[in-house]
Ligand binder design. Structure first.
Ligand SMILES: NC(=O)c1ccc[n+]([C@@H]2O[C@H](COP(=O)([O-])OP(=O)(O)OC[C@H]3O[C@@H](n4cnc5c(N)ncnc54)[C@H](O)[C@@H]3O)[C@@H](O)[C@H]2O)c1
Length: 241
C-alpha cells in the first residue's frame, strides 16, 4: 500500500463532511461539483476546501469543478473506508443502547460486531441481532474478531479498565464517550466525544456575544478586564475541530 499523506488533523475532520455532501450529490445523479458548492454544503469556505483537497492531489478542473465519483473514491481511500471496519461497543446502558441500535454506522463503513457489559442483567440481552457479552470476554473476542475500533460508553470509573482490555485485545483505535482521560500506549489513538464540552464551548460564544452587545460598565469594558482581552475565533472552527 502506498504511504498515505500525513494530513493536518483539521483537514481529516473535514473530509467526512465533504464525503457526506458528495454522497448526497451522487445520489441525485450529479457528476461534477464546483468547489464553491461543495464548500457551502460542507459548511467551510472554498479556499479551505481547495487546500484540503489539494492534500489528496485533487485539484478539480477549471470551469468544470471536481468529479464527484472520483472525489468520493479518493476521500474514502484516504479515510480507510474502502473496507468495512468492525467496532466493539462496551457499556450498553442508555447511550450504548442508542448507539447499538443506530443503523447509520453501516452506511458509513462500520459494522458493530460485538457488544459488552459488566452487568449480569444486560449480558445475554439481544440488541439489533447481537447478544451482549460479558466484558471479561472483551480482549479475547476483540482479538478473534479483528475489532478495529472500540467504543467506550461505560461510566468514567470503568473506562480505563475497558481501554486496557481493548488494547490487550489488539485494538488501536478507541472512541471514548466517558468523561475522563485515558492512558494508552503509543500507537493507540483515542478520540473523545463529550457533548457537555461542546455545550460549554457554545456557552462561551453565547457569553462573548452577550458581552459584545452589553453596555460596558462605567470605566472599563468587560473584555479588557480579562488580561490580554479575548482573541476572535471562528465558532465553526472551534467547535468542529
Ligand atoms: N459523550 C457524551 O456526550 C455523553 C453523553 C451521555 C453520556 N455520556 C457518558 O457515557 C457513559 C454512559 O452513559 P449512560 O447514560 O449510558 O450510562 P448508563 O449507566 O446507562 O450505562 C453504562 C453502562 O456501562 C456498564 N458498565 C459499567 N461498568 C462496566 C465495565 N467495567 N465494563 C463494561 N460495562 C460496564 C453498565 O452496566 C451500564 O450498562 C457515561 O460515562 C456518561 O458520562 C457521554
Amino acid at each position: 500500500m502506498p504511504a498515505l499523506p500525513d494530513l493536518p488533523e483539521a483537514t481529516v475532520a473535514r473530509l467526512p463532511e465533504y464525503l457526506r455532501a458528495l454522497h448526497n450529490l451522487a445520489e441525485n445523479n450529479h457528476e461534477t461539483v464546483s468547489s464553491d458548492w461543495l464548500a457551502t454544503a460542507a459548511g467551510v469556505n472554498s479556499a479551505k476546501l481547495r487546500k484540503d483537497l489539494s492534500h489528496l492531489g485533487s485539484y478539480g478542473t477549471r470551469g468544470v469543478g471536481y468529479d464527484v465519483a472520483l472525489l468520493i473514491e479518493q476521500i474514502e481511500y484516504v479515510l480507510g473506508l474502502t473496507h468495512r471496519r468492525s467496532v466493539a461497543l462496551v457499556g450498553v446502558g442508555n447511550l450504548g443502547h442508542a448507539l447499538a441500535g443506530y443503523d447509520g454506522f453501516a452506511t458509513r463503513g462500520f459494522r458493530i460486531a460485538a457488544l459488552f457489559d459488566a452487568d449480569p442483567v444486560r449480558v445475554g440481552e439481544e440488541i439489533n441481532g447481537l447478544v451482549v457479552r460479558h466484558v471479561d470476554e472483551l480482549s479475547r473476542v476483540a482479538s478473534e474478531e479483528s475489532i478495529a475500533i472500540g467504543v467506550i460508553a461505560t461510566p468514567a470509573a470503568a473506562a480505563q479498565r475497558v481501554a486496557d482490555l481493548l488494547v490487550a485485545g489488539g485494538v488501536t483505535s478507541i472512541l471514548n464517550f466517558a468523561p475522563c482521560v485515558l492512558a494508552v500506549p503509543d500507537g493507540v489513538d483515542v478520540r473523545k466525544v463529550d457533548l457537555a464540552i461542546e455545550l460549554q464551548i457554545l456557552s462561551f460564544h453565547e457569553h462573548r456575544k452577550a458581552s459584545l452587545t452589553a453596555l460596558p460598565a462605567a470605566g472599563e469594558s468587560p473584555l479588557t478586564a480579562l488580561s490580554g482581552g479575548l482573541a476572535a475565533t471562528d465558532p465553526q472552527e472551534a467547535i468542529g475541530t
